[in-house]
Design a binder for this molecule. Sequence first.
Ligand code: DOR
Ligand code: ZN
Ligand code: ZN
Length: 428
Amino acid sequence: MSKILIRGAKVLGGETRDVLIDGETIAEVGTDLEAGDATVVEAAGQILLPGLVDLHTHLREPGREDSETVLTGTRAAAVGGFTAVHAMANTFPVADTAGVVEQVYRLGKESGYCDVQPIGAVTVGLEGKKLAELGAMHDSAAGVKVFSDDGKCVDDAVIMRRALEYVKAFDGVVAQHAQEPRLTEGAQMNEGIVSAELGLGGWPAVAEESIIARDVLLAAHVGSRVHICHLSTAGSVEIVRWAKSKGWNVTAEVTPHHLLLTDDLVRTYNPVYKVNPPLRTEADVLALREALADGTIDCVATDHAPHPHEDKDCEWAAAAMGMVGLETALSVVQQTMVDTGLLDWAAVADRMSFRPAQIGRLDGHGRPVSAGEPANLTLVDPAYRGLVDPAGFASRSRNTPYQGRELPGRVTHTFLRGRATVVDGKLA
Ligand code: DOR
Ligand code: ZN
Ligand code: ZN
């Protein structure tokens, strides 16, 4: 069994420690550990985090392998410091049966770069009409616990109620893409000053907030767990804060792009900024940062949404919605949350590893960096500065809004159960 000694990294209390990995496990955390026959990774000045966990990744396989595959998506995840991702169900065919979720699960096992936990669709074909086979997906080898029609909102209140009732039996959770469809017909961007100036159809905040309000009430009524995907407005934060104050089982995520970018960027008409939910205002961005800092928003989730250039390099109205995010997520969180003093690295571990694993009830991930735990680890150099170059992405797609931007920090090493998937910032 191979041994690795990570020497002199900062661990989450801020102390400097050596970490010895033996096989798949953290054998020892201490000072001045003997290297012996271990491979040494010099980590002075670097932060050692538990392997990151993404609750919201679009891997596109099966069906859209021109955008991403499980292999290319898990490579991108490893480069971004992730050791586990939850794969969204809006594939072709939709992941609405035990057969499809098992296929994705198996492809994840074969990839070897990052664990893949499939998410199951809530309704057949994401059509919002008929509940999918939630129980069969849960009982399958994929062990699905998170269900979502992401890309679409479960807008029928009765279907949402039934889904919440159903998943309660096995402590599952429904992850809602909150978008009232009638209020967003023809919408192209956030509804506000910029949409009025550009004459583009607006996507009002209330379309998101009204569904969140309904769903936290439904979750409370049923006594079940609901998770809200990609919160994007200050009003959504207020509703989640209120629901949590009632003690209801409500969790929420925010994407890196909603922590950094605003709808002002749509003035460029560059479709790289077209995303669902849309980029909002500066006031929304600040409210989201504050909510992630105070724990109202539980976690960061990438909503990594790869699209081929034909679907993005076109006029705004015709372009697909979504951005890749796995390979830049931690840097954007460092810039918006750490370098601003809103979160320390221990809190980043909480929001990007512990809590997403907890929400997904994912075993073996989101564990403390201590002896006896699985060696799922991410080493980050926070002093690094570099320009984002999508040509170097491991993802099959290039639709990043950060091309040419300087972002801080870099994942130097990722370890999946003791095996290096990334070494010196490159895929192993
Ligand atoms: O921007 C988005 N892209 N939002 C979604 O909800 C779906 C996603 C996708 O699948 O491309
Ligand atoms: Zn979504
Ligand atoms: Zn999504």
